[in-house]
Design a protein around this ligand. Structure first.
Ligand code: ADP
Length: 465
């Protein structure tokens, strides 16, 4: 089976437009031509009759004082031959006064022949025949003779009508050709104005496919659909660019985070192997500590990649959020006691459709941060409130707080404030990243208010519907 080679949009559009214009122009020309032609018949008919009437009048005027002015008749007769009327004038007794054919039969024949040719050419349907019409010449209502007019009947086209008709045809042809040229120009302009942005988009997509994510389609178009296409491509390029940046940062951060414990362990083990250090219990414990840190890091990374793969599958069920929080916080009793932190808990129970395990993870992350970053004898307040279609869970501590410069960064992966790095309780800076991803996938958000050395408040919002 033959598969047709796909045609270019530009060419296809131009061909359709030109064909369409050509049809319209031809139709309009044919209609104009037919209309003028039919009116030209009426006009020619009227002129033929008028010429005969004028001729009769002029001939009758040559009769004065019972005499025919033969010279004048001859002048009129010769003029009439040119106009296609071959005349014969007879007096009332039937005697010949003047005859065009007797005067010059050859000219008469050739004029009639030419008129027949031209008339048949202009209007082939007419099929004109030579007619001889006999008219009475009258003077003051008395018949003074007869005028025989021989012409191509029922009517014919004179020279002036032929010239007019020729001119009209030429004008129509010129209009046709000019319109066609214009339509070709318009077709080319319009089709390339449509195909140009599409080609640009294709070029950009190809470039993006090669990894040039910063490439964008910059042109604006006045066709809505094309604009939407350009916007979508740019959005896609932005997303890819963003993801590429994230990927690079992630790789850099991961290697950075892994390097510290590995280097520490390497130095210590090498020192032991080289006999510089005794493998004391304390040193082995230190190496073990670094190994645990490494392990924690790998587990966290696993979790992070799971949550950030954009396909967090939520196993939603109806849960009493107040009860859930209480059951989680019970597990922190020992830690709170160890640091002598007071927990002020006042919550109600609202039913929410949530993934129990994942939301528990969020509460655990934020609450354990509050304990981690609150010094001994501090206080943590947990509150609930409902506004519009959201439940807000506030976890507020009076701990070390977060600097203004850090506040927008703490949800980024591996971000830790200098203060928290200084604390021994080492997280790796992904708890909040995971928490926000989970809450966002539920249609909610996590906001933070904090003041350095005064404390922080994390507010989790979850939709009630
Ligand atoms: P980490 O494991 O380091 O705690 P998180 O992603 O949970 O990682 O938090 C990121 C950073 O945000 C922390 O390292 C800390 O600097 C800051 N932070 C989070 N919670 C608090 C808090 N309650 N008080 C002060 N700083 C906080």
């Amino acid at each position: 089976m033959m598969i047709n080679k796909p045609k270019k949009l530009k060419h296809r559009f131009a061909i359709i437009f030109i064909l369409f214009s050509f049809t319209i122009i031809s139709l309009a020309s044919i209609l104009t031509y037919t209309y003028v032609n039919s009116n030209l018949n009426t006009y020619a008919k009227y002129n033929t009759q008028k010429r005969k009437d004028t001729l009769l009048k002029r001939i009758s005027k040559t009769y004065k004082k019972e005499e025919w002015d033969k010279e004048k008749i001859e002048d009129i007769g010769v003029d009439s031959i040119d106009e296609g009327l071959i005349i014969k004038v007879k007096d009332k007794e039937g005697n010949n006064i003047w005859s065009a054919r007797d005067n010059n039969n050859i000219i008469c024949e050739s004029v009639l022949k030419k008129i027949k040719q031209v008339t048949n050419k202009i209007n082939p349907g007419l099929n004109g025949e030579y007619i001889i019409e006999k008219l009475n010449i009258k003077n003051e209502k008395k018949i003074i003779g007869t005028l025989e007019i021989e012409y191509l009947g029922p009517f014919y086209y004179s020279n002036s009508e032929v010239i007019f008709f020729k001119l009209l045809k030429e004008v129509l042809i010129v209009v046709c050709v000019v319109s066609l040229i214009f339509s070709i120009i318009i077709a080319v302009v319009i089709s390339s104005s449509i195909s140009k942005p599409i080609l640009k988009v294709i070029k950009t997509i190809n470039s993006i496919a090669k990894g040039n994510y910063s490439d964008k389609v910059s042109m604006k178009n006045n066709i809505d659909e094309l604009n939407q296409m350009i916007e979508s491509v740019n959005k896609m390029a932005n997303n890819l660019e963003e993801q590429e940046k994230v990927r690079k940062v992630l790789t850099r951060d991961i290697s950075h985070e892994l390097r510290t414990p590995i280097t520490t362990m390497q130095i210590q083990i090498e020192a032991i192997i080289d006999g510089l250090w005794e493998p004391t219990e304390e040193r082995l414990k230190s190496i073990h500590h670094e190994m645990l840190r490494l392990n924690r890091l790998v587990v966290s990374l696993e979790k992070l990649s799971q949550y950030e793969s954009n396909d967090v599958i939520l196993k939603k069920e109806e849960i009493g959020i107040g009860k859930l929080i209480k059951s989680i916080l019970v597990n922190f009793e020992k830690k709170l006691l160890d640091k002598n932190i007071i927990l002020d808990l006042s919550i109600e129970d609202y039913k929410l459709l949530i993934d129990k395990d994942k939301i528990s993870q969020v509460i655990i992350n934020i609450f354990s941060n509050s304990i981690k970053y609150t010094p001994d004898h501090g206080k943590i307040i947990v509150r609930f409130f409902k506004k519009n279609d959201f439940i807000y869970i506030s976890i507020k501590d009076n701990g070390i707080g977060i600097d203004k410069k850090d506040i927008n960064q703490i949800f980024n992966r591996f971000y830790r404030t200098d203060k928290s790095r200084a604390t021994s309780s080492g997280g790796i800076g992904i708890g909040l990243t995971i928490s926000r991803t989970i809450v966002k996938s539920h249609g909610g958000n996590i906001e933070v208010k904090s003041e350095i050395n005064k404390g922080s408040e994390f507010i989790i919002s979850l939709p009630t519907r």
